[in-house]
Design a protein around this ligand. Structure first.
Ligand SMILES: Nc1ncnc2c1ncn2[C@@H]1O[C@H](COP(=O)(O)OP(=O)(O)OP(=O)(O)O)[C@@H](O)[C@H]1O
Ligand SMILES: [Mg+2]
Length: 498
């Protein structure tokens, strides 16, 4: 912790360029360690820069070029420092903190989030932090001070507080060197390359997956502390022109679906040549809270893992303040079929497969809460449950946001969340009823009252067994509805088990 504070201080000194500290012995000793640490870190950075070069991407080549030029410049500088025996006076500390501490390198009013466009970065690379010609230093012992230039104001209140923690208050004094007039403009300058490098060095933040039961798998995040400083910066920083992961990794073929909040495209993944579905939010998710809410869908999918009757999940990322989700590509959704008459055998197959999916989901402690024909997809004749945008935990440890009201039982509309698994059973019952009817449910109040009241009309042409099962699935009382496992084990399905 002590060394950490020492680094912070030195990083600040480097950034400000002209602030010198009269060091105590203790600090000098610390710097020796930190300089070695910095060299080590630089080694890692340069390795990253040279080893991870994508061969065929123009944008990333330009990006790499900038990184390389900056890397070699920094390396030259470090080399010369290495040869110099008097390490105590050097101001070249390059640590991860330098790249990951926006508050130290970011002047006020600079919008880093929208400025990350390497192709447009025609600004000169920052010169190595050479010693500036300074005029006589002036002592400053205020608790906080403001360094004003013609362009910006940099409050160092926090810096001063940090330094006070690190340094011995009695012995430390801060001396501020006056800048030469032609250096004032550079004081607040942060190279876009440095920002890009920071993003590259810094892995994205880890979020705890609330659907995963075994805490130990997600509790450890070795970068947690440093990432937390960049958490709100990173999602937006990977967006913007020229750095689109979607466009870089996928070739868009056609739109295959749209929901209330999203659009879904059939895409070809460039690197593996396979087809996928990519769903992305139509609304821009500017707020952290919006992003976290959207992320619950992918967290549920990731926590569930593979099941043949659940739509496959591959990856997800934020880009341009939108959440992108790469999914298994299916042929179409079941709603296409709800306007057609389908046979009882087909109905039984669908019912059995979705009950299987629900059994799997419920056993993982999750409720789907938006089962309906729109959210059941067909792939090669196999049904897959999709759209986990309303998924929540059965133990009520997460907020409940019910799905399409037409398929919801009365108890959830009354905010009774005691039997969330049985909400899915009710919705599956309504889904099957809609398929049998052959026409989509309307928003009509009388229809809705009948369904929610468990009053199922006779379904001519269908077995009593099926009608009986549907009736219990749509019972008003959730405790009387069968579980997904009980549905699966119903003898009626012997006809299709073949
Ligand atoms: N993996 C997929 N393969 C094929 N089509 C898909 C896939 N995912 C979604 N779709 C299509 O896109 C439509 C919208 O997707 P989805 O239901 O996930 O979006 P949404 O915005 O969450 O929907 P909702 O309006 O229900 O909230 C689906 O009904 C389906 O037709
Ligand atoms: Mg949907």
């Amino acid at each position: 912790m002590f060394e950490k504070k020492g680094r912070t201080l030195l990083a600040k000194r480097k950034t400000l360029g002209t602030i010198k500290t009269r060091r105590t012995k203790k600090n000098r000793k610390m710097e020796g360690t930190l300089e070695r640490h910095s060299l080590l870190q630089f080694g890692q950075l340069s390795k990253l820069s040279f080893d991870n070069r994508p061969p065929s991407n123009v944008a990333s080549s330009a990006f790499q070029g900038l990184l390389d030029s900056e890397s070699s410049e920094l390396r030259n500088h470090l080399g010369s420092v290495d040869a110099d025996a008097d390490c105590g006076e050097k101001e070249f500390i390059l640590s991860q903190d330098f790249f990951c501490t926006p508050d130290y390198i970011t002047p006020d009013n600079q919008n880093l989030m929208s400025g990350l466009d390497i192709s447009k970065d025609h600004s000169p690379c920052p010169r190595s932090p050479v010693k500036l010609n300074t005029v006589k230093s002036k002592r400053c012992r205020q608790d906080s001070f403001t360094l004003k230039t013609s362009n910006f104001t940099w409050s160092t209140k926090h810096s001063r507080e940090d330094e006070q923690e690190t340094d011995d208050i009695d012995t430390d004094e801060i001396m501020v060197d006056k800048l030469q007039a032609n250096q004032t403009e550079r004081t607040g300058y942060v190279s876009q390359t440095a920002v890009a490098l920071r993003c590259r060095v810094m892995p994205p933040p880890c979020f705890k997956n609330p659907y995963v039961m075994n805490e130990s798998e997600t509790a450890t995040d070795p970068f947690g502390y440093q990432r937390s400083k960049c958490a709100s910066f990173l999602p937006a920083s990977i967006s913007g022109d020229g750095l689109s992961r979607y466009l870089t990794d996928f070739h868009e073929i056609q739109q295959i679906g749209a929901g209330n909040f999203s659009r879904v495209f059939k895409v070809l993944k460039r690197i593996d040549g396979c087809l996928y579905a990519v769903k992305y939010s139509t609304r821009k998710l500017y707020l952290d809270s919006e992003r976290r809410k959207a992320m619950m869908e992918v967290q549920a999918l990731a926590a569930l893992g593979f099941h043949e009757n659940v739509v496959g999940y591959y990856s997800s990322w934020f880009e341009n303040e939108q959440l992108y989700i790469q999914l298994e590509l299916c042929d179409h959704s079941l709603s296409k079929k709800s306007s057609l008459k389908i046979s009882e055998r087909e109905i039984l197959v669908i019912m059995h497969q979705i009950a299987k999916a629900l059994q799997f989901v419920h056993e993982k402690g999750i409720a789907h809460l938006d089962v309906k024909p729109d959210n059941i997809y067909i792939k090669n004749g196999v049904c897959k449950l999709g759209d986990f945008g309303c998924a929540t935990r059965l133990d009520k440890s997460l907020p409940v946001e019910e799905g399409d009201a037409r398929y919801m039982p009365q108890e959830i509309l009354n905010e009774n969340y005691e039997h969330l698994d049985k909400v899915d059973i009710f919705s599956l019952g309504v889904t099957v009823y809609e398929l049998i009817r052959g026409s989509p449910l309307t928003e009509s109040r009388s229809q809705s009252l009948n369904i929610k009241g468990g009053k199922l009309p006779l379904l001519p042409g269908h077995s009593l067994q099926l009608q009986q099962l549907l009736k219990t699935m749509m019972d008003r009382d959730p405790t009387r509805r069968p579980s997904a496992r009980e549905i699966m084990e119903h003898p009626m399905f012997d006809r299709i088990r073949g």
